[in-house]
Design a protein around this ligand. Sequence first.
Ligand code: PRX
Length: 655
Amino acid sequence: MTKETELEARLEQKERFEPPASFIEQANVSDPDIYEEFEENWPDCWERAAELLEWDETHDDVLVDDDEPFYEWFVGGRLNASYNCLDRHLADRGDELAIQWEGELGETREYTYAELHREVNEFAAALRELGVGEDDVVTMYMPMIPELPIAMLACSRIGAPHSVVFAGFSADALATRMNAAESEYLVTCDGYYRRGDALDHLSKANEGVDGVDHDTTTVVVDRLGDDEPHELDDTQRDYAELVESQSGADIDPVSRDAEDMLFLMYTSGTTGKPKGVKHTTGGYLSYVTWTARAVLDVKPDDTYWCAADIGWITGHSYIVYGPLALGTTSVMYEGTPDYPDKDRLWEIVDRYDVTQLYTAPTAIRAFMKWGSDYPAAHDLSSLRLLGTVGEPINPRAWKWYYKHIGDESCPVVDTWWQTETGGMMITTLPAIGDMKPGSAGPPLPGIDARVVDGAGEEVAPGKAGYVTVNRPWPGMLRTLYRNDERFLSEYWEAYSDPDADEWVYFPEDGAKIDDDGYITILGRVDDVINVSGHRLGTMEIESAIVGVEGVAEAAVVGGDHELKGEAVYAYVILEDGYDDDEAMRERIVAGVEESIGPIARPESVVFTPELPKTRSGKIMRRLLEDIANGEELGNTSTLRNPDVVSDIEAKVRGD
Ligand code: PRX
């Protein structure tokens, strides 16, 4: 048997892969007793996470659960996140790199901890002078440039929660989020590079601000320089000038209560309105620091790279807060993985001797398609650990990553978590658990995640069920911003029994569990789809489509896609008098891009005179998904309008 077929066979059999001995020897966490220790000592076990930080005041209670499910962690404790990510490293690591940034055009910028600390202080002083006070929400609408983490840390220094909006979202999406958070401050930039072209970002930001219903002040970073000039109006200030005017400023880090909000992050849910997930200073920071150390094995001397975007939770937790709290070097890359060529990531790993790489299965599927010659042309031997996040990884992609990037000598951690969980929840600990390709692994120590049926009973191994989390954890969301009711109904209603004082968190994912307790995530069970690891609400897309003139009704589902994982399929009914032609299709696509962003662009728009509905009038989404995936359709006799199904199928096939 060749090595290749041998590996294939092991994968087929779902054989387990042991962590390499060389990794175990040096790992931050390698004692298997940790699971039992956490179990026996819960919730006090989480003191271990809190101890990774420096506190102004230590907590009185690890967990307070007087008002479930509004749990509070490290109650009575006080700390500052920016102090923990910067100041406390200055004595020993002031001259070590905190951020190693590379722009798409190849330019680089490096910030030592001392330099980062300096600029964060200056920008914090500038924000204060602009009027930002404690608890004022500052919105950031920025691509992957160093000023984004600087602005986040400057906010956390003065106790102002940030709300980062992904730069790929549209002006409308920015306005919705600024309005929802009543955010009066925006930090943005003039533009950035994509595949060599300078993109205008400021016009989009300006258009967004036009849609905000209160006065705002905007700070603009000049990313593109003099070649691409931009103009500021009298509500806008230049970032560099502000920082310069505060040269040498020292801002005392504001001591925050452990339960004070560190940031808000809007994410998609079942309804059309994005949810403002609230994370706190003590619990969140402890949890991401603990998981970055235990799962990603981050050490101060590492050059660690999470190739996500800070505009999503992965970047918040594992590019900014976790790694910087641990005093490591965090790599940031501005651009796409295929510019100027398809080996850009491997070039970066090689150049900086990257020690850990944490990325999404959608990227791995693209690398696989491009072929192994690209990574093979570079020295990737500095890598010690690989991670994935954001969507299920199929065993074939897992194997490719393990072999062609990790040279079969790096553990791969497949980490399941969500915006709401703050940090990782289900994954192997890389020096302890064997890896099973395609399966995330057991819940982390202290995490009580289960796979249950509709009634909340644990399902038998191998059977599909739903993930629940049956005990709180420090990194959990505390509520949805100014919407406790929705927090309760979205996450706690399905499985909790308040009369019995049983509170169960429902993440809205399907899964199966094996005999050995390993959990394989099967994907969302609500109306959320996962396009290239980006979470999108089908209702949000539907309402964007219905907003297009001439559209009467729309249904959006996720269809399987080789690279994206899922792609957006839109089924559209037009009003009388409108033609189902190419121009209409283009207007629909443009409507989605305008109200959400290009990531939500439909892969396919199918015009139909009717949507398949049950007798009670509910759209049969499952059927539309099956049509999108070209799957055999089950019984359609329960439909009010069974004939429509074959019409739609014919249209999708292009008959
Ligand atoms: O469906 C799960 C999927 O991504 C969802 C959470 O999306 P978001 O809040 O945007 O956070 C993504 C990054 C943490 C989950 O409900 N998901 C995340 N990680 C995995 C995953 N699905 C399978 N395997 C994973 N490792």
